[in-house]
Design a protein around this ligand. Structure first.
Ligand code: SF4
Length: 470
């Protein structure tokens, strides 16, 4: 049977494995056993050498690469990562997990997008690994892993305080009786059996709790523990421990994996995969944004500025490829000192608010707080890093929603036919404009060359020779 540490590397079994690890040098040395395990994994594609991890470090990176590619790559090939789901890889997988968590914890800290990627990938890996098991194995391993995590007879809902506050689970996901969380079938029957009239308690258990809720709790708890572990590592590194250079090297490679998809020019012909990063280019704004920036004179003023312009301007400036990204991002991931936000993003939003009739902040100054909240900085009058994460950074509304809620802003042009979100319009239009610029620069370059060259040729009397050659 599959080991608990294959599902939860932070289990006691997993920690014990790490304690048994010998010298750190072995982590970067080619490991014949690992190579052998990967190459003979069921369904594994071994056509390219680069798909086969040769040591622990490469194995760690494959763990993340799997998740990034699964989410972003339209041509994602599961068979290149089949080894990640073979339980005999467990030993290598656990060490890789710790390596990655430590590298990310040390270099990027717990609130980074690298750490969110790690947490999300761990959750997704567990889910996929469970799906590979037969139903008996799946039930058994979930129970075993949960027993260790819950480690008490009765669990009060307050036990899930962290999960609830990080919104990894909702209170409504849980079945409660007098403040205690019910997960066990027998317990459910004892507590609710007599209260359920004309209903089969087993069927009700299956409907309300069952395997699904247990798996959800297990996965979310491991995700939370992963996040906590990275926070611990970060704190230790900050206070005293000099990080191992190996971890820093691994952290650099993690960044490479993360930026890979965002720099690709995928999409053919339409600029669908293109994203432009840099100062805002008003020329590339879609009609709805241009209309809103002129100021709202009729209805929907507040929503247009707070819910539409704020997310659009902030993402267009800081993270135009958000819909291709593999993890949720925060403003500070892109603008660590918040300089761009203060100097470029907010001024443009405020300018649009000022142009409204009546000017937005004149009669509703509290909308500044709502703008901060939509940027992810909670309900505060000043936008400060320490409040980041209290709310979510809202992503831009789709065209469909704009047409529904702010129909007067939508005046589609030709380019609107190819997109479903104003941000995609912005990326596409930037791509078109940059292509046009390059083409015209090429022409100017050629003309410039010809003119110069011709003058030079005439002066040297070479013009006849050139014509003959042609
Ligand atoms: S179709 Fe979309 S991008 Fe174009 S104007 Fe309407 S809402 Fe804006």
């Amino acid at each position: 049977m599959v080991g608990v540490s294959f599902i939860n590397p932070l289990s006691m079994e997993g920690r014990e494995r790490v304690r048994q690890l010998g010298s750190l040098d072995s982590l970067i040395q080619d490991n014949p056993e690992l190579i052998e395990l990967v190459t003979r994994s069921k369904s594994q594609d071994i056509s390219e050498d680069q798909d086969i991890p040769r040591n622990y470090l490469e194995m760690a990176l494959k763990r993340l690469e799997w998740y990034v590619k699964k989410r972003n790559d339209r041509d994602f090939n599961y068979r290149k990562f089949a080894f990640l789901f073979q339980e005999d890889i467990e030993k290598y997988d656990i060490i890789s997990f710790y390596l990655l968590s430590q590298a990310i914890g040390v270099r990027f800290g717990p609130n980074s997008r690298e750490s969110r990627l790690m947490v999300e990938s761990q959750g997704s890996l567990i889910q996929n690994r469970l799906e590979e098991l037969n139903s008996r194995e799946r039930t058994e391993i979930v129970l075993k892993a949960l027993q260790e995590l819950l480690s008490q007879e009765t669990v009060k809902w307050t036990f899930f305080e962290n999960l609830l506050s990080s919104r990894r689970i909702q209170l409504s996901d849980l079945v409660l009786d007098q403040g205690e969380v019910i997960m066990d079938r027998e317990d459910f029957r004892n507590r609710f059996g007599s209260r359920l009239q004309h209903r089969d308690p087993d069927k009700m258990y299956q409907l309300l709790i069952g395997q699904e809720l247990q798996e959800l709790i297990l996965i979310r708890m491991v995700m939370q523990q992963t996040e906590n572990y990275m926070a611990e590592v970060h704190e230790k590194a900050r206070l005293m421990v000099e990080p191992n250079p190996l971890l820093l090297e691994l952290a650099d490679k993690v960044t490479e994996i993360l930026i890979q998809p965002t720099t690709s020019y995928g999409g053919s012909g339409g600029g669908g995969g293109y994203s432009y990063t840099g100062p805002l280019n008003r020329e590339a704004f879609p009609p709805c944004v241009k209309n809103a920036l002129e100021g709202i004179k009729s209805g929907g003023r507040n929503d247009a500025i707070v819910l539409f312009i704020t997310p659009f301007v902030s993402y267009a400036r800081l993270c135009p490829d958000i819909f291709k990204q593999n993890v949720t991002v925060q403003v500070s991931d892109k603008d660590p000192e918040l300089q761009v936000v203060h100097n470029e993003v907010l001024p443009l939003i405020y300018e649009a608010a000022e142009r409204c009739v009546p000017p937005l902040f004149e009669d509703q100054p509290q909308e500044k707080i709502n703008i901060n909240a939509k940027l992810g900085f909670g309900m505060h009058s000043n936008l400060k890093l320490e409040n980041e994460g209290e709310t979510k950074w809202y992503t831009p509304m789709s065209c469909e929603k704009i047409k529904l809620h702010l129909p007067h802003l939508c005046r589609p042009d030709e380019d609107c036919k190819k997109i479903g979100n104003p941000l995609s319009y912005y990326n596409r239009k930037n791509w078109i404009l940059s292509k046009e610029r390059t083409e015209s620069e090429d022409n100017v370059g050629k003309e410039g060359y010809n003119e110069e060259k011709e003058k030079e040729d005439q002066a040297n009397g070479w013009i006849e020779v050139k014509k003959d050659d042609a």
